[in-house]
Design a protein around this ligand. Sequence first.
Ligand SMILES: *Cc1c(COP(=O)(O)O)cnc(C)c1O
Ligand SMILES: [Zn+2]
Length: 412
Amino acid sequence: MAQIKELRCCVCGRTYTPGTVQYVCPACGEIGTLDVLYDYEQLQYVFDRETFTSTRPGMWRYKVLLPIAPSAKVPPLPVGGTPLYDSPRLAKALGVRRAWVKDDGRNPTASLKDRASSLVVAKAMETGVQIVSAASTGNAAAALAGIGASVGLRIIIFVPATAPEAKIAQLAVYGAEVLLVEASYDTAFDLCFTLSQQEGWLCRNTGINPFTTEGKKTVSFEIAETLHWEVPDVLVTSVGDGNIIAGVYKGFWDLLQLGWIERIPRLVGVQASGCAPLVEAWKTGANAVDMEPIQTHTIADSIVAALPRDRAKALRAVRQTDGAFVAVSDEEILESIPQLARLTGVFAEPAAAASFAGAHRAVKSGVIHPEESVALLITGNGLKDIRSAQSAVSGGQRVPPDLEAIRKILHP
Ligand SMILES: *Cc1c(COP(=O)(O)O)cnc(C)c1O
Ligand SMILES: [Zn+2]
């Protein structure tokens, strides 16, 4: 059973018995995000890789490797089980041996965040909590609002009052209570966390709730299982707070502890050049604890983080796997939306298409080698941000309602 053995601080290494801490390491504060650890020897003894072949599709097929009771109810919206496309044309365009696209925009609320929200909502159901909160301007909040709605939970979202209207609309559609805080995301985050603790709500905030990475790790399980446990040489994903790349790492790390895979792929994290604190820290060898908030400016709104909340885990994921962080410009990100779509048929929002732009850069700069195989994680659907897509393409050609005229245009 997936009983948690202990929670371990990723900064100081202190361990805690399950139930004694709910969020971050009390000794380190918010930088000390916790790893959820299991008794891998016992799990190995009870399960093997074939355990999954007969179970349902989606992330809950890995329930035995998630921190939840085997009999616990889970939300009904199907999360995960997203396709992994093997794309020779993409491989050729990137100049690598082989390339895959994992399309996680095909989740119920159209981003990878659904994996984390589904687990957090399942935990709320397991413990009988009625109210779940989150601070976020975008996909994390939408995922919590949507999955919370599927089970009738009360969801309270804190967003900066300046958040994009479309994103606020998606939250409101799902019936979440949306508090437009007249301050920055960071202030909204702190208000949400403090009030949640005072009111007894479960707080989903990225980087403080240890279960978000546990939910997100299922994307790695799926990639490994789909490829018959032969993992790609490199996995590329975009990075804001660093929670996704931390989850990807944890998934492969779990599988390595179980002896089901032989190595963890090299993890390449992509940031927008207008918001690249982790690229900077990786280049200078800085420690997560020494990082300071920076000024940010990018169109890829889902990867804006002045001081990435999960910076400690994100740096570890890249350093431990001999990976890299790369930065790409907003122009490269915008161009990559139609490029990726035309090569693979997958339409990504700017923050997700950034992984394609980053992979391109990483190959050009020698970070990824031509003989390597590469998986791109597409974290959010392009329909989330139509405006950015429109700015990257010219849309259509006006024609008169006349066959002859149309023929002339098609065969000039
Ligand atoms: C949240 C998000 C990211 C970045 O994830 P972090 O955990 O913040 O690093 C990337 N792409 C999309 C579409 C997202 O919603
Ligand atoms: Zn600690």
